[in-house]
Design a protein around this ligand. Structure first.
Ligand code: PMP
Length: 447
């Protein structure tokens, strides 16, 4: 594997030659936009591609390069780009106004669809996944009269202060498991908030039981499958233990399904872990049909704190007419049959990817479910953040991203993301492009 650094250099060079327009545009934009982007996550090395347009499963950068888009807008676009049903719904709505800040019948219809699909008794829309986790955590605090929250070390739950703790902490700074310290992910967070957050390791139900029994915890917030550290599945029985511990101690269990909802299956992780269902769900990304969205909801007795005036639930753009139109159309497109198709493709791809890993003896594992999958550059699936950190080969992850991008396949950057399939793939052709690009990488690594 000593070739990794020279291949990285070579691919970086190729990338820069192919994308001179992106770099020039980014430099211009960096004058008015920090890092030249709208969200710091977009500023991944060597630099982000500046998009020109997208259609179906493809996207084009401003240099005219065409990509099979498995980045999918950080995993939102399971329906592809510019889906005619979504475009028609948006056109129709735009002509009748895009924003009212008044309830509409369409909002009621959308909420009924989402509640039915994800098993929510009541829900409220917000404008981002971050707002959804913020509101859900606040509801849990009001409901329990407690303030501390448990979160899994290394997880991402958005960008409000309470969850910007222990996102990707430095183990040398926070100490060992099972009870690591808290580390803020940014400057500017109140010191006192650090006392409110208890980070624990994913897949460690024993410590979770102990903490919930010994301390007053308002909520446990958790991704049922961790999708911001590659893909980390829960071990057999873990999520059920989390459910049981929350029930036994009156702690509100929140599933952050911003990424897993409407991607892992028709109703996200619900079908996969029916005996571990939470009190509140947070949704985002896919359920907005490509428009900004968040949804939080679940048990009526918790959600009704809003009707009682005990918890907020505000937002000028909550239930925005365009988001509702696009979200409704997206959920119509993404029916049960779509997920069957996605799962079939996913399984076929995983088999083919695993064969490449085996043939070339790559230090990688393959995982996936529904619309989400990837080849992850660690020898085996980690069980938590610490294992992810010690196992992942960052240079290889970066090489793999560059190698694929230079061959017209765009994944989400970084070792912590996965690919998102869309329903409008031309599977034979698109999978061939992905697999032959990866095979050539594997061959180059072993040359
Ligand atoms: N939770 C999870 C699991 C996420 O992956 C994200 C976004 N990547 C969020 C919350 C925040 O969503 P948003 O970016 O829409 O605020």
């Amino acid at each position: 594997m000593s070739t990794v650094s020279s291949l990285l250099e070579q691919e970086k060079q190729t990338f820069m030659e192919r994308t001179t327009g992106s770099l020039a545009q980014l430099r211009r934009m960096a004058v008015t936009l920090p890092l030249g982007v709208a969200s710091a996550y977009q500023a991944q090395p060597p630099y982000p591609l500046v998009y020109d347009r997208a259609a179906a499963q493809f996207a084009w950068d401003i240099d005219g390069n065409k990509y099979l888009d498995l980045h999918a807008g950080f995993g939102a676009n399971v329906f592809g780009h510019g889906h005619p049903v979504i475009v028609a719904a948006l056109n129709e709505q735009a002509q009748r106004g895009s924003h009212y800040a008044h309830p509409t019948k369409a909002l009621g219809d959308y909420s009924a669809i989402v509640c039915d699909r994800f098993g929510l008794q009541q829900m409220r829309m917000s404008n981002s996944g971050s707002e959804a986790t913020m509101e859900a955590l606040r509801l849990a605090r009001v409901f329990t009269g407690r303030s501390k929250i448990v979160r899994m070390e290394g997880a991402y739950h958005g960008h409000h202060d309470l969850v910007l703790m222990s996102m990707k902490p430095d183990p040398a700074q926070v100490g060992d498991l099972p009870r690591p310290g808290v580390q803020p992910a940014t400057e500017g967070l109140s010191e006192s908030l650090m006392q409110e957050v208890v980070p624990l390791a994913f897949n460690d139900s024993e410590t979770l039981w102990k903490v919930l029994q010994e301390e007053q915890i308002a909520a446990v917030i958790i991704e049922p499958v961790m999708c911001n550290l590659g893909m980390i599945e829960p071990q057999q029985g873990y999520l059920e233990e989390v459910r049981a511990a929350c029930t036994a101690t009156g702690t509100v269990l929140i599933w952050d399904q911003v990424k897993t909802g409407a991607t892992l299956s028709w109703n996200g992780a619900n079908t996969l872990y029916p005996d571990a269902l939470p009190d509140l769900h947070c949704l985002g990304k896919t359920v907005g049909g490509g428009l900004p969205v968040g949804v939080y909801g679940g048990r009526r007795d918790i959600m009704s704190l809003i009707s009682q005036g005990r918890a907020d639930g505000y937002g000028t753009f909550n239930g925005n007419a365009l988001t509702v139109a696009a979200g409704t159309a997206a959920l119509q497109i993404l029916d049960q049959a779509s997920y069957q198709q996605l799962e079939d493709w996913n399984q076929q791809l995983q088999t083919a990817l695993s064969a490449i890993v085996e043939e070339y003896d790559l230090p990688a594992y393959v995982a996936g479910c529904g619309a989400k999958l990837g080849i992850f550059w660690a020898k085996q699936m980690p069980i938590n953040y610490r294992e992810y950190l010690s196992g992942v080969n960052e240079p290889l992850a970066q090489l793999s991203w560059l190698w694929l991008a230079n061959r017209g396949v765009l994944g989400a950057p970084g070792s912590d993301e996965q690919w998102t399939l869309c329903t409008v793939l031309d599977y034979e052709q698109d999978s061939q492009q992905l697999l032959s690009a990866l095979t050539s990488l594997a061959a180059a690594l072993r040359a």
